[in-house]
Design a binder for this molecule. Structure first.
Ligand SMILES: [Mg+2]
Length: 307
């Protein structure tokens, strides 16, 4: 397997497993009890995070690019088939607005929250296909915003998604056999962010990494809610604390409270894209729900990528 294929597979499968195991951690919030479940369960089931990553990958593959209307339609089709995946209220509200008012998905998304749009973490949680497919694109920020604004129109919602896409793109390009360039990585993300809210939080990530602190303290300082500036920074922190271990990154992201499935999906997308598919425990990979479809999407993305 080529390096790039292993990384695309690592990003897609890694994110879905972070989501599935993070969801499980709501019920089993201690490592010991979580391990028992990971052994016991025959299938690891993902939530809306991965359902939407899958939709994003499907749409990119179908169109060969980002097409907002097709992306909205794909999200809606997948939601209607599996509405029980744990979606927040945003997507179904947008879908019914599109239906009733005959407007675009992006216009509907702009109408949410009294016209400010959402700054939830829903655009960042699903963005791994964009970070993989466009990892060399000079306009990655714009591509990320295009994929985000179908549901998340607030500048912070889009900025968070763009930072996560950039983190995945950096992870794809770095060689895991070399020393991990932590400072360059975080500095690049701070530069990439546009909104003061995201920028300040990323600076706090950097400060917490260089001080001797516990993950639970970092999680409290950074936040771990469904707002993107209150959870993406801790997902990044989890990866940056454990760049050489998928498993340690996952447990850090999902065992410190908050929006566990999405923290897992975001942190593990970066970890998988950096370390590659082989870094993910095989017993977990084998149990991932819908694994062959997710792997197939990852491989197709790697084959048709533009650069
Ligand atoms: Mg979820």
């Amino acid at each position: 397997m080529t390096n790039i294929k292993a990384k695309f597979l690592g990003g897609m499968v890694g994110s879905a497993l972070g989501d599935a195991i993070g969801e499980l951690a709501f019920r089993y919030p201690k490592k010991e009890s979580l391990y028992i479940q990971l052994d016991r369960l025959e299938e690891l089931r993902y939530t809306d995070d991965s359902a939407m990553s899958i939709g994003l990958a499907e749409s990119i593959i179908k169109k060969g690019c980002l097409d907002q209307q097709d992306l909205g339609e794909t999200f809606r089709y997948n939601y209607e088939r599996e509405p029980w995946r744990g979606y927040a209220s945003g997507p179904p509200t947008i879908f019914s607005m599109v239906e009733q008012l005959s407007i675009t998905y992006a216009d509907a998304a702009r109408n949410l929250f009294g016209g400010t749009g959402s700054f939830g973490n829903g655009a960042a949680m699903r963005i791994v296909p964009v970070g993989l497919f466009f990892h060399n694109a000079p306009d990655l920020y714009e591509k990320a915003c295009m994929s985000a604004s179908v549901t998340h129109a607030h500048p912070v919602g889009m900025d968070g998604a763009a930072v996560q896409a950039r983190a995945v793109s950096l992870a794809v390009k770095l060689d895991p056999r070399e020393e991990f360039p932590r400072k360059v990585f975080i500095d690049t993300l701070i530069d990439f962010a546009i909104t003061p809210k995201m920028e300040e939080k990323m600076q706090l990530v950097q400060k917490l990494l260089s001080s001797d602190t516990t993950p639970s303290f970092a999680a409290e300082q950074l936040g771990r809610t469904v707002d993107v500036h209150e959870s993406l920074p801790f997902a990044l922190y989890s990866f940056l604390c454990h760049p050489k271990s998928y498993e340690d990154c996952l447990f850090c992201a999902t065992l410190n409270g908050g929006d566990r499935d999405t923290l897992g999906a975001m942190a593990c997308a970066i970890s998988g894209a950096y370390l590659g598919i082989e870094s993910i425990p095989q017993s977990w990979r084998q149990k991932l729900e819908n694994r062959s479809h997710i792997e197939d999407l990852a491989l197709k993305l790697s084959e048709i990528r533009p650069f």
